[in-house]
Design a protein around this ligand. Structure first.
Ligand SMILES: Cc1ncc(COP(=O)(O)O)c(C=O)c1O
Length: 429
């Protein structure tokens, strides 16, 4: 019996007016892009009435799950008030004061609407501050979909070049080809390679940008030696360090990966969890860098600082600020990891789990450690797809790349149900 009949019918209807029937092509996934009717806390219901435990969390933002009372209340109150002034209002500083208090690098804050925009803004600031044109980024990292950002995110193994000096590759048709001239691509988790890139492109690199945890290519953790290199090498060479905390921010810890690793970058980008699921992104950093936007670095945005986003950020950050909600999310994630790992061992499956509590990934691989994007190419993708597909039938909603997000409202009940479901799936492998 097909559990997804209504989703299939809605997709067919949507495709007549909405390109591909989905709002983001990343969401077009097997068995059919599901259409949802409702969500509560850590759970979702689709239009066919199937229930799921949600581990996709809208690709990360729903750190408080669905319809958290604090957010519902804030949105309800804000709905009665003007939805945009295109001018100043008090909630803007209510939100930036909270970000400043939590994010170690945030001497000053600015708002945008998406992570892609925040990344574009900090790169411009870095180029203006250093007078250099290249951004050094790492293979397998995602920093948004715009021309400059979408380089060597998912490089084709045939064109990606040497492991120690990857060849920059465009990730989309229609991209301006000469963006690679403003880019340096470096293997991740390799301080010596970072040093070599700076030697090769002496005085050309404005900034090094990294996802502090490589969440977009399998939630890989940075090694201590690499973190030391990240802190030291750009500074020694006159470049800035940028943390793209669009995923790790307000998820890994209240102060994001910066707090977790004890590293304060010059600039950082935020999105996703900052407003608990309402549209908002932000960037922050050293005062003199941020203030360059007052003297020649152009930046703007119709929806910047919009009241709904601001109210959502204030409500979300107030829940997160004392650390207990994220400590809980990370604890639930560790329980899941332990349970899934032991179920895999029991079933004799070669499984590696990488990441931290509230964001981790499953890799069906024979490798004992995964350090960078190229290591993930050895993952058994077919097995992963089968796991995701069968988990869906068991009521687990997972992202298509095997990444699992855990919120502050997942409880031991969801963990228990999930481990039972995973055990059933593994027993059929
Ligand atoms: C690390 C990182 N940076 C930037 C972005 C782009 O954010 P957005 O999709 O809001 O443009 C994403 C999106 O997933 C991301 O994961």
């Amino acid at each position: 019996m097909d559990r997804y009949t209504k989703s299939r019918a809605m997709l067919a209807r949507a495709a007549k007016s909405l390109t591909g029937g989905v709002s983001s092509p990343f969401r077009a996934k097997a068995p059919v892009p599901l259409f949802f009717a409702d969500g509560n806390g850590p759970r979702l219901t689709d239009v066919d009435g199937n229930g799921y435990i949600d581990y996709a969390l809208a690709w990360g933002p729903l750190i408080l799950g669905h319809k958290h009372p604090a957010l519902v209340d804030a949105m309800r109150r804000q709905a009665e008030k003007p939805h945009n002034y295109g001018a100043q209002h008090e909630l803007e500083c209510e939100a930036s004061e909270r970000i400043q208090a939590l994010a170690p690098c945030a001497e000053l804050v600015a708002y945008s609407s998406t992570g892609s925009e925040a990344v574009a803004a900090v790169w411009r600031i870095a180029r203006a501050a250093t007078g250099r044109h290249r951004i050094l980024r790492f293979e397998g990292h995602y920093h948004g979909w715009h021309d400059q950002a979408l380089i060597s995110y998912r490089p084709n193994p045939e064109r990606m070049g040497r492991e120690d000096m990857p060849c920059p590759t465009l990730d989309s048709k229609g991209q301006v080809a000469n963006v690679v001239e403003n880019t340096v691509v470096c293997p991740w988790n390799d301080a010596a390679a970072l040093e070599r890139c700076f030697e090769r492109y002496e005085n050309q690199i404005a900034a090094v940008i990294t996802e502090p945890v490589l969440c977009n290519s399998g939630c890989l953790m940075p090694e201590p030696e690499f973190l030391e290199g990240l802190q030291r090498i750009p500074r020694e060479r006159g470049a800035l360090l940028v943390f793209d905390e669009v995923i790790t921010g307000f998820r890994m810890a209240p102060g994001g990966a910066q707090e977790y690793f004890g590293i304060v970058p010059d600039l950082a980008t935020y999105g996703k969890a900052v407003a608990g699921g309402i549209t908002l992104s932000a960037f922050a950093g050293k005062k003199e860098l941020m203030e360059s936007m007052l003297s020649g670095v152009a930046y703007g945005g119709t929806f910047n600082g919009n009241p709904l986003g601001m109210a959502a950020a204030v409500a979300t950050l107030d829940v997160l600020k004392d650390g207990s909600a994220l400590a809980h999310a990370n604890r639930m994630g560790m329980l899941l990891q332990d349970g899934i790992a032991s179920a895999a061992r029991k079933a004799g499956l070669p499984l590696q789990i990488t990441g931290f509590g509230a964001a981790f990934s499953l890799h069906f691989t024979e490798l004992a450690t995964l350090r960078n994007y190229r290591d993930t190419l050895q993952d058994d993708k077919e097995r992963l797809n089968r796991f995701i597909r069968e988990s869906l039938d068991e009521g687990l909603f997972l992202l298509p790349d095997g990444r699992i997000y855990v919120s502050a409202v997942h409880t031991e009940r969801e963990v228990g149900e999930t481990l039972d479901a995973v055990g059933r799936v593994f027993s059929r492998f």
